[in-house]
Ligand binder design. Structure first.
Ligand code: GDG
Length: 480
């Protein structure tokens, strides 16, 4: 029995220093809440692992880290291992290679990719820094689980230090088709694929992503593969499908939470005679915010009977403000919002309520519970947890309109699935959702809720870790 070591690019803390004061804030997001559930789950099953450690980079100096540690200001459920990286290198790795090369390419935005050699160098340096830091704390018997596209080289770099280590890797974003992946210069794409093949188990959200990965391995590395097994360097490596779930219970429990109920009551009183549409996303070109607004405008044009009777609460969360591809988006979105409001508002009604801010968990749950329709229309998304959280939160009504280009679409087939670029289809679907009989809404929700309750985030974690142990067992059998 060993320890569980979780590795992700960032630790879930933002540390702000003003003068002598240090303020620590916990960050949220899909990956963070999944890892937290993972650490809670392994703590609850203490017969599995002797300890849990979360390793990641921290945007703070070593001195600030030491002060915080002494103050006991951080999480106590698991140990934290910070990796410190020089700021300039970190920027070229994170804003550069990860978010200006891998992120746009893997989300099918090849025209936004900035092919800069210095970004690749920084990616290599930071992955190596993680491998070195991991090697310092590693003990035989430990299980390593690496997360996401920022650390795709880490499995192989670490295996060079510890050939027998149990290493799992999970990709939270799509793995693109071979035709997209091959756009990367050959040294880069080889480095990434070989990096991933250092893992024993490589997990993806959907069957398509698994197939895309295996095809790239076959075409670019010419290694032997059979179904989802890859034979490389005398090792069997498995690539498999693990669609991430949510903490279903947490969203169901929120239905009776006092703070959530208070916000729901306020919303219901304010919008008692209106239908509510809701969306929440980071300000990211992959989320299709401009297409969504265009579709909503078309809906108001085509179905004038809904004017005055529907309100769209459009919540956008700030993100990646320093990357050029993101800079102009806020202005464009805000122009679209004011055009629509200017065009359709009356003296006592405004179609769009736009917020550019983070919602508290209670506000988020209250909006999920109150919204008649969730309009989730990314142009590409690895999974999309917001869609699942909305379905989990609905009580006795609610319609999900979901882009067919998300990973979640393959599990949530009772949603109204749309192509986000087809504004006519989305506009028609909004009308269909708003006029859907309650019995049909409940019927669709019940199927999806049953599935989400069964395959929740804990099941996802168990499946991944069990499968990793199984692959290690298979490898051991081959050795004897
Ligand atoms: C990756 C992949 C994949 C969002 N706004 C607020 C808020 N959130 C929470 C949601 C949800 C999470 O953040 C966002 O979910 P995503 O699915 O978009 O996940 P990401 O972390 O962006 O990204 C994605 C995911 O990993 C998991 O594998 O699904 O495809 O890109 O949990 O609730 N939470 C609060 N206020 C907000 O304003 N409290």
């Amino acid at each position: 029995m060993g320890r569980l070591l979780i590795i992700s690019n960032r630790l879930p803390y933002t540390i702000d220093r003003s003068g002598e004061d240090i303020v620590v804030r916990q960050s949220s997001g899909g990956l963070v809440s999944a890892i937290k559930s993972c650490l809670e789950r392994t703590r609850a099953q203490s017969d599995h692992f002797t300890a849990q450690i979360w390793m990641g980079s921290l945007d703070a100096s070593k001195e600030d880290w030491k002060i915080l540690n002494d103050m006991d200001a951080l999480e106590s459920d698991f140990s934290i291992e910070p990796v410190f990286v020089d700021k300039e290198i970190y920027d070229a790795y994170y804003n550069g290679f990860a978010n200006s090369i891998l992120w746009p390419l893997f989300h099918y935005f090849p025209s936004l990719v900035e092919y800069k050699k210095e970004y690749f160098q920084a990616y290599k340096l930071v992955n190596q820094a993680f491998a070195d830091a991991l090697n310092k704390i590693y003990q035989p018997g430990d299980v390593i689980w690496v997360h996401d596209y920022q650390l795709m080289a880490l499995p192989q770099l670490f295996r060079q230090y510890q050939p027998d280590a149990a290493i799992g890797f999970f990709l939270h974003i799509p793995f693109p088709s071979y035709e997209l992946f091959r756009l990367l210069p050959s040294e880069w794409r080889q480095y990434i694929l070989l990096g991933l093949l250092g893992a024993d188990l490589i997990g993806f959200h959907t069957h398509d992503y698994v197939q895309h990965f295996i095809q790239s391995v076959k075409m670019l590395l010419r290694v032997e593969t059979q179904y989802n097994s890859i034979y490389y360097n005398d090792r069997i490596i498995k690539a498999d499908l693990f669609p991430i779930g949510i903490d279903y219970r947490k969203f169901r429990d929120a239905i009776t939470d006092e703070a959530v109920v208070t916000i729901c009551t306020r919303l219901e009183e304010k919008f008692y005679d209106k239908k509510l549409i809701f969306s929440v996303d980071r300000l990211d070109y992959t989320k299709g915010l401009d297409h969504r607004l265009k579709s909503f405008e078309e809906f108001l044009e085509r179905y004038p009977e809904w004017r005055g009777k529907v309100v769209f609460i459009f919540n956008v969360v700030p993100s990646r403000k320093v990357i050029p591809a993101y800079v102009d988006r806020k202005r464009k979105i805000e122009e679209q919002v004011s055009t629509i409001n200017g065009r359709f508002s009356s003296l006592d009604w405004q179609p769009l309520i736009y917020r550019f801010n983070h919602l508290s968990f209670e506000e988020l749950c209250a909006l999920y519970q109150t919204a008649d329709v969730a309009l989730i229309t990314p142009l590409r998304d690895g999974m999309n947890l917001v869609a699942k959280e909305y379905v989990a939160s609905c009580i006795d009504k609610g319609v999900l309109i979901l882009s067919e280009l998300t990973g979640a679409a393959s599990e949530l087939s009772e949603a109204i699935l749309v192509n986000p670029t087809d504004s006519e289809e989305v506009a028609t679907s909004i009308n269909t959702a708003l006029t859907m009989p309650l019995t049909e809404q409940r019927y669709r929700l019940s199927y999806m809720q049953k599935r989400l309750a069964e395959y929740d985030v804990k099941k996802w974690i168990n499946d991944f870790l069990d499968q990793l142990a199984f692959v290690k067992g298979e490898q051991d059998k081959l050795k004897v």
